[in-house]
Design a protein around this ligand. Structure first.
Ligand code: PLP
Length: 389
């Protein structure tokens, strides 16, 4: 067992539950088949386990039916499928400066080709988007509103339900990037009112890397174009992509080890687990923010967020020191693993004015984080702050 403290859960959750390791060990040693492709019983069993994961996700997210959940290979792929699948020439998009590059870059690519126009909304001083600012940015040709649920730099929770409602009133689709919230906060897609919700499964859902999901509200499939075309294991006699969900969007062999690992993880990540974990992680976040706020020379971002509006992610800097130096000291001298830099969210750092510094030090909490981990981290940063001045 390692005595290192892992505080980079916003990148991926680690370590994964024992159930995931045990299931994958059996898969690799005794199985290794594809799903939905073979005429033998053991391939059908793989397909059944994929369906179990889909059904468990539908329950966890309050989706109308399991087929509304699509499997992808990452949060990035889910966001690309949603963005590239829904937008066409002449469309306008409203998004925010808090977005990850997996939203900013596909939008920039479409915009650079002259196909779409994008408006970027800034948050208030507490790092929260005011839905009225979204409303003000809307145009008659706005097709999509795309907002991150929890900023992966600031940890601030966005008012996504109000934003989805505004989008609907304006006749635009809503896409929520739930990469940092799925598995960390209870989510009900019908209550949220989103049309599309994208997330990795390897973060809060505790599945292996190489897994992502996209929730598609019933009816959106009439508008949403697939990102990939190819073999689906269904209607193979036709060269045309099938219309049915989920196969319309799941071309190519599925990541079976990833998905059956997810099925095993979802035995742990039940709706009750998410309720308990969200309360536990909120307490740890408050403990961290309170402790760090007493350290002279340490700055947290945003400056005046309420600890209760921040979930699991805290960004900081110490004086004018390069965040990479602080990250290395935490790693080498204190065995604490954090992420440093821009966290793939360049516009957030322009807004925070942390770009010249090289970004921030980011601490992110997850299912294995303990109160003692937080105490040790606060003490380490106190020591670093004092010694570096
Ligand atoms: C807010 C946000 N969106 C999207 C992603 C991309 O997810 P993935 O790493 O699974 O592609 C991340 C991952 O860091 C994220 O934090």
């Amino acid at each position: 067992m390692t005595s290192r403290i892992y505080l980079d859960h916003a990148a991926t959750s680690a370590p994964k539950p024992a159930q995931v390791a045990q299931r994958l060990s059996r898969y690799f040693l005794e199985e290794g088949f594809t799903a939905g492709r073979g005429s033998y019983a053991r391939a059908a069993e793989m397909e059944r386990e994929v369906s179990v994961a889909r059904a468990a996700l539908a329950v966890l997210l309050g989706a109308e039916s399991p087929v509304q959940i699509l499997f992808t290979h990452s949060g990035t792929e889910s966001l690309n499928l949603a963005i590239q699948g829904i937008l066409g020439p002449g469309d306008h998009v409203v998004t925010t400066i808090l977005e990850h590059n997996s939203v900013l870059r596909p939008l920039a690519a479409l915009s650079n080709r002259g196909q779409i126009d994008v408006s970027y909304v800034e948050p208030n001083a507490a790092g929260v988007i005011d839905p009225q600012e979204i409303s003000r940015a809307m145009r008659s040709e706005t097709k999509l509103v795309c907002v991150v649920h929890i900023s992966n730099v600031l940890g601030t929770i966005q008012p996504v339900q109000e934003i989805c409602e505004l989008a609907r009133e304006h006749g635009a689709y809503s896409l929520i990037d739930a990469s940092q919230s799925v598995g960390h906060l209870p989510i009900d897609v019908k209550e949220m009112g989103c049309d599309l919700l994208a997330a990795p499964a390897h973060k809060g859902l505790l599945a292996p890397l190489g897994t992502g999901i996209l929730y598609v509200k019933p009816g959106i499939e009439n508008e949403l174009q697939p990102l990939l075309f190819g073999g689906t294991g269904t209607k193979s006699e036709s060269p045309m992509q099938p219309d049915e969900l989920p196969s319309r969007y799941e071309s190519g062999s599925l990541n079976v080890p990833g998905i059956i690992g997810l099925a095993a993880a979802l035995e742990v990540v039940t709706p009750e687990f998410v309720v308990q974990e969200s309360a536990r992680q909120a307490k740890l976040t408050e403990q961290l923010i309170e402790g760090l706020s007493k350290i002279p020379g340490l700055k947290m971002y945003p400056f005046n967020a309420s600890p209760t509006a921040q979930a699991g992610v805290v960004s900081l800097s110490i004086a004018q020191h390069d965040p990479r130096v602080i990250g290395t000291i935490l790693d080498e001298h204190f065995q604490i693993e954090v992420r440093t830099g821009f966290h793939c969210a360049p516009k957030t750092h322009d807004w925070l004015k942390t770009a010249p510094l090289g970004g921030t030090v980011r601490i992110s909490i997850g299912h294995t984080t303990t109160e003692q981990n937080i105490k040790t981290t606060i003490a380490a940063l106190q020591e670093i702050s004092v010694s570096m001045g």
